[in-house]
Design a protein around this ligand. Structure first.
Ligand SMILES: NC(=O)N[C@@H](CC(=O)O)C(=O)O
Ligand SMILES: [Zn+2]
Ligand SMILES: [Zn+2]
Length: 349
């Protein structure tokens, strides 16, 4: 049995760091484990233009532990009033890594998102021209579409026409949760890739209701049936360069999760890497973990892989990784803990 693996330091291609006290509390966790992260722009108010983006990056850099080499890769929040000139400028200056599309109302802090994709065509043209990737929260927000079908319907209604109209636009389907998502991406050309979260490899929709309602297993897109979880495990461990890690680590104050209308988002940054080692071991694919966590993402974003490495060992993890994070005035944050024995830990640096 493998006891120890050493891999190129991972990156997180989908991360929510928030702002203020929450940012200060959660950033050291990601910065201690990952080399870089794509920073999601769904602040309140969102990161709408390059001034917002540079100011937010400044707050992130100011909150980094001394000596940290972590790099925040910044994104803009696409709205129906986004100025295409900002895309061109942000790409030229190197400040802008990608643009995020939230269908209005589809998820946490998406109210300022896009209602009618036709209105953002000029921005998409500028992105295609400047080769800036579009990151999509791939769910329709149509009340007539069942919550478990929203990703599959998004592929039909939005993503397929988008790919036809913008064949050279590079797109990441974020946090895929379905068999349909995995095959759509798997069969597409190399302009389309997908991130996969640890939770969608670990839990299915039954886990959200096992023994009672479990708010810390609720995120969007919501976990689906077991056959979908199996399809995602196959995709992640396949070695295909189109699939890479985006944790979607999304901290919320515990009071906003454990209440009558708990919000969507799972905080998993402290436990993602050990759980992924567990999944890849179960799938007999530990030799492909590095591609998923550390190589495929940089290749898609046309960046070099990180130069340093981390070590994972087959040993019961230190319980402290599950400890609530204290975000000061923003309250406590509960760490994702599925009912699965965990046999891996990240070795101290
Ligand atoms: N995934 C989630 O359930 N929540 C994310 C938003 C998102 O990534 O959709 C958040 O910002 O809390
Ligand atoms: Zn999302
Ligand atoms: Zn997210």
């Amino acid at each position: 049995m493998t006891k120890r693996i050493e891999i190129v330091r991972p990156d997180d291609w989908h991360l929510h760091l928030r702002d203020g006290d929450m940012l200060k509390a959660v950033l050291p966790v990601s910065a201690g484990l990952f080399g870089r992260a794509i920073i999601m722009p769904n602040l309140v108010p969102p990161v709408r233009d390059l001034d917002d983006l540079r100011a937010y990056r400044g707050r992130i850099e100011a909150a980094l532990p001394a000596g940290s080499r972590f790099r925040a890769l910044m994104t803009l929040y696409l709205t129906e009033t986004t100025d295409p000139a900002h895309i061109t400028q942000g790409a030229a200056s190197g400040d802008l890594t990608a643009v995020k599309l939230y269908p209005a109302g589809a998820t946490t802090n998406s109210d300022a998102g896009v209602k009618d994709i036709a209105r953002v065509r000029p921005v998409l043209e500028a992105m295609q021209e400047a080769d800036v990737p579009l990151l999509v929260h791939g769910e329709v927000n149509d009340p007539d579409v069942d919550i478990f079908d929203r990703e599959a319907v998004f592929i039909e209604r939005v993503l397929t026409p988008l790919r036809r109209d913008f064949p050279d636009l590079r797109i990441v389907m974020e946090h895929i949760t379905t068999q349909e998502g995995a095959s759509f991406v798997g069969e597409a050309d190399d302009k389309l890739a997908a991130t996969i979260t640890p939770q969608h490899l670990l839990i299915n929709r039954n886990d959200i209701f096992r023994g009672g309602i479990r708010p810390h297993f609720y995120c969007l897109p919501i976990a689906k049936r077991e056959n979908h979880r199996q399809a995602l495990r196959k995709a992640a461990t396949s070695g295909s360069a189109k699939f890479f890690l985006g944790t979607d680590s999304a901290p919320h104050p515990v009071g906003n999760k454990e209440c009558a209308c708990g919000c969507a988002g799972i905080f998993n940054a402290p436990v993602t890497l050990p759980y992924l080692a567990q999944v890849f071991e179960e799938e007999g694919a530990l030799d492909r973990l590095e591609a998923f966590t550390s190589l495929n993402g940089p290749a898609f974003y046309r960046l070099p892989a990180n130069e340093d490495r981390i070590v994972l060992t087959r040993s019961a993890p230190d319980e402290t990784i599950f400890r609530n994070i204290d975000a000061g005035a923003d309250g406590q944050v509960v760490v994702f803990r599925p009912d699965i024995a965990l046999n891996w830990s990240v070795a101290p640096a």
